[in-house]
Design a protein around this ligand. Structure first.
Ligand code: SF4
Ligand code: SF4
Length: 361
């Protein structure tokens, strides 16, 4: 059986890459790819072969803005029950996290799924708001819930985002050269190969959809190197054992029936056109931003990042976590200052957990 952690095969791929005499910078946009890169020491192996791989905005918790967190906090302070996933709990808004506000006595719940949140709404007369985050992978689930007549006291505060517009923004911003993208496996199971084609066509940037095992990532790097060498720019699918060219048509239909894209800023980024998902007008009753528009209008439009935190630059791939002077000293998973240290998909958290040592493939 083909083993995705075969060290001998990994070394052979690296040797082949070394023979190509490369000087490339690739980017991935996925927290699990970053986990694989750091856990298995792929960064240093690939660097020996002339390939630098930068992590981009691949952590949905990290790219959620301080303003969106402040919206959730304000709704809790206004007496709503606010529910969200564990990682989101500890990410600071401008001054406080949802966990801090819960400690003051406001009703904020940590849930494992939106279904738990519906169960809460069914048992209370209070208004219940689900702070819903994630990329294309997670958006179909809340969309399906909305299509199944949830309780009238339930609504969604959407911080869902779409990956391809962010990849395009990274190229358009032009802050650094990106020779190719390693595309995220889970997102691609939903959106398929074709959703990325415009990036290769418009900007001549090669892309390879990759799985999450070390050999998946190394093979993706090899395929990208081959495209670059031959002057090609197309979308290849290394993860064909899971990702279909068209993606998951049913999940896409559900997502598109409920959500529509809109322009939204990401942490560390300016407004990215068409990169957010909001509920369509026909579901306005379930849209917390519409339902509580008056309450939310109290919020300022501008929020500062935590002082000294470089998450914004990390999410744009410009610096590494160890470039932040707070990394591992003032900022640790126990006392996180920025979102990249809170979330298990965040680059700072991943580096802190595994350290810089190589543990082998
Ligand atoms: S949801 Fe999956 S594919 Fe998307 S960033 Fe997270 S780990 Fe990567
Ligand atoms: S180490 Fe902490 S403060 Fe520094 S960039 Fe990462 S999350 Fe922000």
């Amino acid at each position: 059986m083909f083993r995705y952690r075969d060290e001998g095969l990994a070394q052979r791929i690296i040797e082949k890459l070394k023979a190509l005499n490369l000087d490339l910078r690739l980017m991935h946009v996925c927290g699990t790819h970053q986990d694989t890169m750091v856990k298995f020491g792929l960064n240093s192996m690939l660097q020996e072969a002339g390939i630098e791989v930068r992590a981009g905005p691949g952590c949905p918790v990290c790219v959620t803005t301080a303003k969106e967190i402040e919206e959730a906090i304000l709704l809790a302070r206004k007496g709503k029950v606010v529910a969200t996933f564990g990682d989101m709990f500890r990410v600071p808004g401008e001054h406080q996290s949802l966990a801090d506000v819960k400690a003051e006595g406001f009703d904020i719940r940590m849930v494992y799924s939106i279904t738990d949140c519906i169960a809460i709404a069914e048992k209370t007369d209070k208004d219940v708001v689900f702070f819903s985050i994630g990329f294309e992978t997670t958006a179909p689930t809340p969309a399906s819930v909305i299509l199944h007549n949830p309780p009238a006291n339930f609504s969604i505060l959407s911080a869902h985002r779409l990956i391809p517009p962010a990849m395009e923004a990274l190229i358009q911003m032009g802050e650094m050269k990106i020779d190719g993208f390693i595309n995220p496996g889970h997102v691609s199971t939903i959106i398929g190969e074709r959703a990325y084609e415009f990036i290769s066509t418009r900007y001549k940037v090669p892309q390879v959809i990759a799985g999450f095992e070390p050999l998946d990532v190394l093979i993706a790097a090899y395929l990208l190197a081959m495209q670059i060498r031959t002057g090609e720019a197309k979308v290849e699918n290394e993860y064909a054992r899971v990702v279909k060219p068209e993606g998951n048509e049913k999940a896409k239909r559900i997502m598109e029936a409920v959500f529509e894209p809109f322009d939204v800023s990401w942490r560390g980024f300016p407004v990215i056109p068409g990169s957010g998902l909001r509920l369509r007008e026909e579901f306005a009753n379930y849209d917390a931003r519409k339902r509580y528009e008056d309450a939310l209008s109290e919020l300022s439009s501008d929020y500062r990042e935590p002082e000294g935190c470089r998450c914004g630059e990390i999410l744009r791939g410009l610096v590494y976590p160890e470039d932040c002077p707070l990394f591992g000293t003032m900022c640790t998973p126990q006392h996180p200052i920025g979102p990249c240290m809170v979330s298990i998909e965040g680059s700072c958290n991943i580096l802190f957990r595994y350290g810089k040592h190589r543990i082998g493939v």
